[in-house]
Design a protein around this ligand. Structure first.
Ligand code: GLU
Length: 311
């Protein structure tokens, strides 16, 4: 396999329960992309919302190992990275790029939106408040505390990048998105950018449901002077869909390794099915992840979603 002096890929699950087949397929792809390009492979547990759900994080790691994936270093816990997150927000604030937002979700929905703004975009209500207005608003919303938003510099063009799976990506305007929520939790977009850079990640493989967040993340990388495309590569991979055509979920029956095992389906069989769905094996073939790495070619990856029909 090619050897690189630096660089890492990663898988970054949220510990919200057991991984299902869609998550496992994304993890396998992230591992294949990293290992076949000579990168290190790292795990980050995205537990900002769920710092107390350590049990499901451990089960997720067991499942990845059982499937035959390995990783370098101890998994990083996102909840332990608060100092770096705060430092990044401070850096943006020093550059005049952060403002307090006092709006509730309802306020945002009720506000008139700019003519070309994407649905749900922040209308900028709190962007230009005076010092006195901000002081009054802080009092008014007690006991709530304000969120922090990025002041997207005027004239910022939507970042363009070429995705390894989706091809050339050009999204529309970027609104003033949240960096830290009113409850003090750091927003996903900020945490993911800061943590990937700190971990030396230069290859991001994840589900294509996250592709719409990528322009915001690239903008943050640039504002924080962190590596960004083309020095950082993205591959947004197709999701696994359930029989109704919606994203695979618990309602679709046995979709986790534990549930499948209970029904007599081994992890080896699951790996074989996932490999077949990636055109890396014939249905029913017994395979190892090392064999899959020998066969993997990112250019030949099937582009469509996999529909999982319960047996
Ligand atoms: N934690 C996110 C998820 O489980 C993935 C974040 C990422 O890969 O950037 O959907």
């Amino acid at each position: 396999m090619p050897v690189r002096a630096t660089g890492a890929g990663r898988y970054a699950p949220s510990p919200s329960g057991d991984l299902h087949l869609g998550n496992l397929r994304t993890a396998l792809l992230a591992w294949l992309f990293a290992r076949t390009s000579g990168r290190r492979f790292l795990i980050r547990i995205e537990d900002l919302d769920r710092a107390r759900d350590a049990g499901s994080a451990l089960r997720q790691l067991d499942d990845l190992a059982e499937l035959g994936l390995d990783w370098d270093d101890e998994p990083v816990l996102q909840s332990a990275r608060g100092e770096d997150h705060a430092a990044a927000i401070a850096q943006l604030a020093d550059a005049g790029l952060v403002y307090e937002c006092f709006c509730t979700r309802k306020d945002i929905l009720a506000a008139p939106t700019a003519p070309h703004a994407p649905p749900g975009a922040y209308p900028g209500t709190c962007r230009e408040l005076s010092l006195a207005e901000r002081e009054a608003a802080r009092e008014r919303i007690l006991p709530r505390t304000p969120a922090l938003r990025l002041r997207v510099p005027a004239g910022t063009a939507a970042p363009q990048y070429t995705d390894r799976v989706l091809g050339d990506q050009l999204h529309g305007e970027i609104d003033d998105f949240v960096l830290r929520r009113g409850d003090g939790t750091v927003a996903y977009n900020l945490a993911v950018v800061v943590d990937d850079a700190a971990m030396g990640v230069d290859q991001i493989v994840r589900g294509d449901d996250l592709a719409p967040s990528t322009p915001r993340q690239i903008l943050l990388q640039r504002l924080l002077s962190l590596p960004s495309p083309p020095a950082l590569e993205y591959a947004h991979v197709p999701l696994v869909l359930g029989p109704t055509g919606k994203r695979l979920a618990k309602r679709d029956g046995a979709v986790t390794l534990a549930e499948l095992r209970a029904g007599g389906v081994s992890a080896a069989r699951v790996l074989s099915e996932l490999a077949a769905s990636l055109d890396l094996a014939r249905a029913g073939d017994v395979v190892t992840t090392a064999q899959l790495a020998e066969r993997f070619d990112p250019e030949l990856l099937p582009r469509g979603p996999l529909i999982w029909l319960p047996a």
